[in-house]
Design a protein around this ligand. Sequence first.
Ligand SMILES: Cc1ncc(COP(=O)(O)O)c(C=O)c1O
Length: 357
Amino acid sequence: MLLPNHGANPSILLKHLGKEQTDSVIDFSENTNPFGPPAFIKDLNSDQLVSSIKAYPDPNVTDLTERLAFTNKVPKETILVGNGAAELIYLIAQLFENKHVAIVEPAFSEYREACEAFGCDITSIVLPPPWKLDVEKVTSTFSKIEALFICSPNNPTGVQYTEKEIIFLLEEAEKAGVYIILDEAFYDFSEEGVGLARLQRNFSRFIILRSLTKMFAIAGIRLGYLIADKNIIKKVSLYQPTWSVNGIAQHIGLKLLDERSFVTNTVENIHIERRRMTQLLQELDYIVSDSSVNFYLLGEETRIDLMPLFMFLVDKGIIARHTYNFSGLNGAYLRFAVKDRLSNNHLLAALSEWRKR
Ligand SMILES: Cc1ncc(COP(=O)(O)O)c(C=O)c1O
């Protein structure tokens, strides 16, 4: 059976499965903020939008770049805004065209797709459950690679690697001349919520990737950014099409950065719900990944293919994220978003029923 490569868009999944289209599903496959987007987006004044639509956007994304630099306490020359983090992944892959790269997996599938598109030779470093970072295993690849893709907190496991582990990798990478691309698309969901931007200035080959999609539930707007040495930013920006970041995205992006209490409230609610779900699911004897963010992996002790559970849930109007295209998971786990209490309870009831069959 051919399943979509990404979560979200339940109607595409239902089509793949040959199921009837319906709006009454709860989509646990989408790992964006279940409470978002922020209220101001619904109140956007149409005059402002029309002017952003009519005019060519600022090709240098000046205001948003400056705001991101200020917020992250880094020079503006070390920031590049992109049409979603996804665009930036492709621009970085282009930087390593035909070179040897490594990916810490299971990981977001776009690193591989982008690196394959640019003819990279790819080494996969697969972490086994419970998906903690094995720094020795990672550094053992450094003598043969140019760049390493690593995501923390990681999609799809939700596991956040420690600052100490990442610093160790950065130090070893600097010695070996290896670039480290750290994807922090979910950093603002973690309890500390600080990320490692402040370390960038100490490591010339350290590239941090961020997305505004996840926290602000703006998948359709497309906004992400890089923090890296100014020479890397200069080089990568040459690959980026002019006007890549549209005017509405630039306009909205600036306002999103003022939404501090929206972020704090989200993080608080997500943590309460994730802890509650983890405990109740473990009581039902499920394996739950040690996530620090707004999604988690769920498995069974037997580690068998969970397609029957996936289909059981679909028939109850619950959409999970399959894991067939995540190296090392191969369908033996399902990824669920942490949602509001009502939706989470609905999922719990279904998973409890599955246990009792
Ligand atoms: C880990 C990770 N990085 C990057 C992205 C891409 O984010 P964006 O919507 O900003 O392109 C995703 C989207 O699912 C993701 O999971």
